[in-house]
Design a binder for this molecule. Structure first.
Ligand SMILES: Cc1cc2nc3c(=O)[nH]c(=O)nc-3n(C[C@H](O)[C@H](O)[C@H](O)COP(=O)(O)OP(=O)(O)OC[C@H]3O[C@@H](n4cnc5c(N)ncnc54)[C@H](O)[C@@H]3O)c2cc1C
Length: 383
């Protein structure tokens, strides 16, 4: 069904009602007199960080997978906390390895699990260094090359190879080294949580809606839900269109499609006795049908709220399915093609490409930081 579109033409059209689009819309509407319309294909705002309440258990959860804010950027944390009360929470992610839950990112516990013995931090460092040394002098062209040079064979085989292959559907030797650099890391001390370097961590009090919905609640912002901007009629605007959605689709795939990888999260009720004991668990041995699972009842949002004997668990697997997320594959040919689309984008000064559509992966802190910075650039010209 074609959605009803009001005749009014706004100053700015923002395509995508995810975090990037909404932060930008709020900043433009509150910092200058320009009017904004946000066009969102889904029937909810928030994009990937959207959360909702499960009708059966009463648990608040992120249908696209657990989202926790972690940042060391004072501007980003200041912006968030001036809009919503945050529940301080130190996130943990565990790997299920040989029947035990090992905290990630790779640290002393992971090294002990991989080598099967107790180690001091110095012993752990020496053991990993010896394992990685033969790979240090070779070229670093892939996840495999970088991982072997940094963590050695044993940790690579135990924690990296199966997980990366399952998530990206391709051998780590085919993926750009940034995939490892962005997602993994190693320390030789006991775990200090999943984001040991972050100055602030937390969840919006109650739900992501508490953060997201008020952003669009402004007299100069109009929201069109359930509208795909690629379908006619194309949105009209007076000054500027900001597109936060896939860059190749925006150009009608004229240079060819970027190669994508889909994952999805299937939410099921699990008997409380069988349910995992940690909020997020990964399965790096590569034999599990899913490579990660989420138990939102264990997040501080939901403490004391579970109403039934069943627990809501989200099983994250590769391929298309419910709550599907498409990622651009971070491989050398794709990086080249994305750069060519980027060049096409510079040709029109009234169209800006931004947000997740133009990047391989940004976390929410980076997303908010980039949206605030883009607003700094745009607002003087829109005033
Ligand atoms: C499984 C998973 C877990 C994550 N966990 C974390 C975490 O714990 N912490 C963290 O900081 N970050 C996390 N992230 C990253 C976080 O989701 C992103 O930083 C953030 O959502 C990016 O926001 P965005 O607005 O750029 O993109 P999106 O959220 O993807 O928003 C883009 C919007 O555009 C809409 N859209 C697409 N095509 C069209 C179209 N043709 N017409 C109209 N609208 C369209 C989409 O429906 C979507 O709402 C995670 C990501 C994933 C996939």
């Amino acid at each position: 069904m074609v959605p009803v579109i009001r005749a009014r033409t706004h100053d700015v059209v923002i395509v995508g009602g995810g975090l990037f689009g909404l932060v930008l819309a709020e900043q433009i509407a509150t910092r200058c007199a320009a009017s904004v319309v946000v066009i969102e294909r889904e029937h909810h705002l928030g994009g990937l960080c959207w959360s909702k309440r499960d009708a059966h258990t009463g648990v608040e959860y992120n249908p696209y997978g657990t989202h926790v804010v972690a940042t060391s950027d004072p501007r980003v944390w200041g912006w968030i906390t001036s809009r919503v009360r945050m529940v301080v929470y130190e996130h943990t992610v565990h790997a299920a390895v040989a029947g035990q839950l090992v905290p990630l990112p790779l640290g002393l516990e992971a090294i002990e699990a991989a080598y099967g013995r107790k180690l001091s931090p110095d012993q752990a460092r020496a053991t990993v260094e010896a394992d990685a040394a033969p790979y240090r002098d070779g070229p670093v062209d892939s996840v495999r090359d970088l991982a072997l040079a940094q963590v050695g064979t044993r940790l690579y085989e135990t924690f990296v190879r199966g997980y990366v292959s399952a998530q990206w559907g391709t051998d780590p030797a085919q993926l750009s080294p940034e995939v490892f650099a962005d997602r993994f890391g190693i320390s030789f001390t006991p775990s200090r949580g999943y984001h040991p370097g972050a100055r602030w961590q937390g969840l919006p009090c109650g739900s992501y809606s508490a953060l997201i919905d008020p952003l669009a609640d402004h007299s100069r912002i109009e929201v069109h839900l359930g509208r795909d901007y690629l379908r006619p009629p194309r949105p009209r605007y007076q000054r500027l269109m900001v597109v936060t959605t896939p860059i190749d689709a925006h150009f009608g795939h004229q240079l060819g499609p970027l190669q994508r990888r889909s994952l999805h999260v299937d939410w099921r009720l699990v008997d409380a006795e069988q349910a995992q004991r940690a909020p997020v668990v990964t399965y790096p041995d590569g034999t599990s049908p899913h490579y990660r699972s989420h138990a939102p009842a264990l997040l501080p949002w939901n403490h004391g709220q579970e109403k039934t004997g069943s627990v809501l668990v989200g099983f994250e697997s590769a391929g298309p399915g419910p709550h599907q997320i498409d990622f651009v594959l971070r491989s050398p040919p794709n990086t080249e093609l994305a750069a060519k689309y980027g060049q096409l984008a510079t040709a029109r000064s009234d169209v800006l490409l931004a947000g997740r559509g133009t990047t391989f992966y940004d976390d929410m802190s980076t997303t908010i930081g980039h949206a605030l910075a883009l607003a700094d650039r745009l607002v003087p010209d829109l005033t």
